[in-house]
Write a protein that binds this ligand. Sequence first.
Ligand code: PLP
Length: 378
Amino acid sequence: MPGFELIDNKEKKALSNLFDEGGVLFAHGFDALRKKYHVREFEENLSKYFESEHSLCVSSGTAAIKCTLAAYGIKEGDEVITQSFNFIATLEAIHDIGATPVVIGIDDSLNMCPDLLEKNITNKTKAIMPVHMLGVPAEMKKIIEIADLHNIPVIEDACEAVGAKYDNKFVGTLCDYGIFSFDFGKNITTGEGGAILSKNANLDKLVREYHDHGHQNIENLPRGLDLASRPGFNYRMGEMNAVVGKEQLKKLDFILEENKKRYMILNDGLSSVKDIKIRFIPDSALPSYDTFIFEICDENKREVIKNILINLGIGTKNLPDAIRWHCSYYWDYFLKDTNNAYAEETLIKLSKNIAIPIVLKKSTSDYQNLVQEILNVF
Ligand SMILES: *Cc1c(COP(=O)(O)O)cnc(C)c1O
């Protein structure tokens, strides 16, 4: 469920306190006017919660991806491999840095298919970016194995799976870099915002400099006299976003718990229907359970179920209604044809799926009711 459903007096009070405590809305400096550095605190809290070596807050998930590509020095002529069921942001970041996205197909988990990885690696491949779509971790063990074999870094896009785990570790911490988004539709939200989790101090330093005009933040130097050694940009998070983020993070355990209850009602209630194929979850994966996806080949029944979801006020999520923004088939306006090899089969596969959002405003009995209505279709 999206964190915005839980916004209450905690976030309001935190914002109001921010103004009472000096009202500095900038992450850096103004030391005499302020009592706290909320962006830096939010980063510490993220590192603690997700057991990450380092965390950097930025202005969006899309910016976060771009910062990691910049940190590796990825540029024109380089290739970055990602997947056909995706959000357009990954492709945009690769495009914006000047590199070429190489889009490979998906498996039954609806995430990057590791079996397609090896044959798409070339001597231009500079990074691999699997995306944990809609709460379910990808087959990371296989992906990391292949990447390691070729000595190519893996950037995990965990924007849609904040709180999910793989092999008992939070997604976003399995590779060199992990990306979170805190936009308004995500598991926890700062309105707009994102984070980059990284494995070591040097990786953290590179994205930290890039996201802040190249600032090296050299100790004891005032910001105006600070130095830079490479160009950067401004992708900073503001203090208002961070105070909201700190409160939202405290709610993540509750969000994950409530998600799972509702997801399991759908899972247990529908698993015996032979015409329904529930999305495959990899063995080592613990999803964040914020979306329940299933495939149903009969088009008429699919339409009936879609209408049930609309009538109950639950609706569908991304599949089918926002498929344009999540399937590479539609992105020929900036993808070369050769990158579309897997697009059509992904479109056909995704078109058979329905994504049910897990929302707090609907109770567990609402989801039980939904199961009954779906069962009645068969
Ligand atoms: C939301 C999202 C992003 C981008 O996040 P923003 O904060 O909205 O820029 C990137 N990748 C995926 C998979 C997403 O779902």
